[in-house]
Design a protein around this ligand. Sequence first.
Ligand code: ADP
Length: 375
Amino acid sequence: MTTVAAEDVLAVLKRIAAPDGRGNVVSAGLVSDIAIQGGTVMFALTASQQHMPAMEMLRAAVEKAVLGIPGVSKAMVALTAERPAPSGQATPATAQRGGAIPGIKHLIAVASGKGGVGKSTTAVNLALGLQSLGLRVAVLDADVYGPSVPKLVGLSGKPEASDAAGKKMKPMRRHGLDVMSIGFLVPEDTPMIWRGPMVMSALTQLLRETEWSPADVMVIDMPPGTGDVQLTLAQQTPLSGAVIVSTPQDLALIDARKGLNMFRKVNVPVIGIIENMSYFVCAACGERHEIFGHGGARTEADRIGVPFLGEVPLDKELRLRSDAGEPIVASMPDSLHSAIYRDVARQVWAALEGGGLARPAPRIVVDGQPPVAAS
Ligand code: ADP
């Protein structure tokens, strides 16, 4: 078997002209993150938002050229958005964030500092809670590392094209929600290191090339963590605000703080913190057990001046229903959990519509001095 070397790939790419006519795609600095696994070659092509259609054609041409290299069986080229300006620079956040999504009034992110805290479960039940207030709601699963929303709402299959040209997709629908997932566009076998660079192009496609029904709120399930991928997502999506999910453990709270700082950095208001797996009520004895300690998130929220939105107990029924694609707010509306999620939803909606979501002033760092708030 022929082994493929990065140099071979670069040599072929150097023969392809950059879209603005200045040199080739390599000399123009558009190629990055080359990864080769067996016969699969993957890399990123940097694209500016306004040149996306031309870049799509370029992507096809580049893939074809790379497939011509002996030993290459698969070429995966991701279009990535231009790198955001380094943090600390005073760039107008709204200009970078891209225009509004037609028909969607508010986009909110559900984020967590780390995985496994119940972020996706919260996103889905919060969406259903908002719906129970009479609102029209869409859910976008942007968790490229573990897209779980389709399973949580009981959806399988792929979205259909909505026109003959296959340019637009019809959102899938379940429990009265429009649902799309980044899992529909990023193949399951895509290696982890490759998922980051694919996020922005896939997300832009989902946001802007889906025929969303008009909605009051779109709930976006973010990838867990606070790295570059999450930062770019938060920066380039026209978010009205963010909700942070944390478990009571100290460690999770530290991570939640990182989440908070991330949104502050990109000027997105944090609507509040939700404590998940807060306590456990024993079905046999009726006693409340605070397995991970309790109240940490509320104390922390008070300390840092962010609203505390509520605490969701650990519950077996909730997990079983999530696994079965029947989220608790839809399938057991009279349960304690559903009441909690509806209460959180009311607070979120009040924050979105009440005008109380002041964007924090951007923080500017001058020559390594401590950050000062811009006035
Ligand atoms: P994340 O999106 O943060 O990775 P998930 O929402 O996928 O987390 O939840 C992780 C697991 O924990 C799932 O099996 C889910 O059903 C379960 N889970 C989440 N919240 C609760 C809860 N309050 N009680 C019981 N199980 C929960």
